[in-house]
Design a protein around this ligand. Structure first.
Ligand SMILES: Nc1ncnc2c1ncn2[C@@H]1O[C@H](COP(=O)(O)OP(=O)(O)O)[C@@H](O)[C@H]1O
Ligand SMILES: [Mg+2]
Length: 165
């Protein structure tokens, strides 16, 4: 149903959950736990890039994967599914686009902003960098991410639905 008609499956509305935060903020950790709690489908661009053998720092490949996953997310929402996207959503226009489109599909939409101080991000990334198979993220790169990050304001957060769990 792509015409905005309300979709209700098993007594619950489809819902889009956006995980917003910088690298190390805990998006994947939270998304994995929500996936179980909400019986949701979790879509993680980093995992798709890695599993397709693509470079996680290849911006064009990331854009293509994110566009395809967003298409897939919309199909799932139209079928009544709860979908978790863990792209990070650093920029307000990306969050606006997702919110408006999800609502147009008759889905609820929540924004989970993981606001973690820089020193703690650095600490967690340093630990994760030690894990076997992890993609190493340097402090310099984290600084670049911080410069691009547009944190959601309270007014923006209020545009979203309250969290389910
Ligand atoms: N609330 C938390 N407190 C402490 N460490 C955490 C917390 N959430 C996640 N971590 C750890 O921090 C690292 C980054 O978490 P992750 O979920 O991979 O973040 P992201 O997906 O946002 O990059 C992981 O090693 C994870 O185990
Ligand atoms: Mg992650």
């Amino acid at each position: 149903m792509l015409d905005g008609t309300e979709v209700i499956m098993d007594g619950r509305r489809p819902r889009l959950v956006l995980l917003c935060g910088l690298p190390g903020a805990g998006k994947t950790t939270v998304a994995r736990s929500l996936e179980r709690e909400l019986s949701a489908v979790r879509l993680c661009p980093d995992e798709w890039l890695a599993e397709l053998g693509l470079d996680l720092f290849d911006g064009e490949a990331r854009d293509r994967i994110e566009r395809r996953l967003w298409q897939h997310a919309q199909d799932l929402l139209a079928s009544g599914v709860v979908v978790i996207l863990e792209n990070g959503f650093w920029q307000r226009p990306e969050r606006d686009e997702k919110r408006l489109r999800a609502r147009a599909l008759g889905a609820e939409v929540e924004l989970r902003y993981l606001d973690v101080p820089t020193a703690e991000l650095e600490r967690r990334i340093a630990l994760r960098n030690q894990e076997p198979g992890s993609v190493v993220l340097t402090t310099e790169l984290l600084r670049e991410c911080l410069a691009q990050f547009e944190a959601p304001t309270r007014a923006e957060l209020e545009l979203f639905d309250p969290p389910l769990a």
